[in-house]
Write a protein that binds this ligand. Sequence first.
Ligand code: SF4
Ligand code: SF4
Length: 121
Amino acid sequence: MSDFKGKMGVSSEDWNSLMKGKVDLCICRKCPTYRSAIEASIAHYKGLGPPVAVSVHEKAIGIYFCYYDKSPRVHENKGCICKACPVTKQARLVNNLYCMNGDETRQRGIVDPLAEILGQV
Ligand code: SF4
Ligand code: SF4
């Protein structure tokens, strides 16, 4: 995971406080791209398709692709609604389509040296 600290004007602490108790801020679940992607997962659970890889944060934390990076199950852009999300304004995001293109720091070309060493970028 990339770190916003000192790179976007949003420290990790600020991010945590921004998100604390606000688990519903991310509107990705309403997005046509994400809805299309989860159809394959739903089909699998109904026994109608193969298993679909899902990132850990999607299961355990929430979506927030802008912070937690892209999803292995999103492959087709059907439109992005990030610009309408309150997180875009609060975290001063400038990109979108994070589920496919990676989190904000990745899209800005900012690589976390530790993550790079650990092969997570
Ligand atoms: S900006 Fe996009 S990825 Fe980030 S929280 Fe909002 S809807 Fe989710
Ligand atoms: S990052 Fe954008 S395109 Fe991807 S699911 Fe969220 S709103 Fe949709």
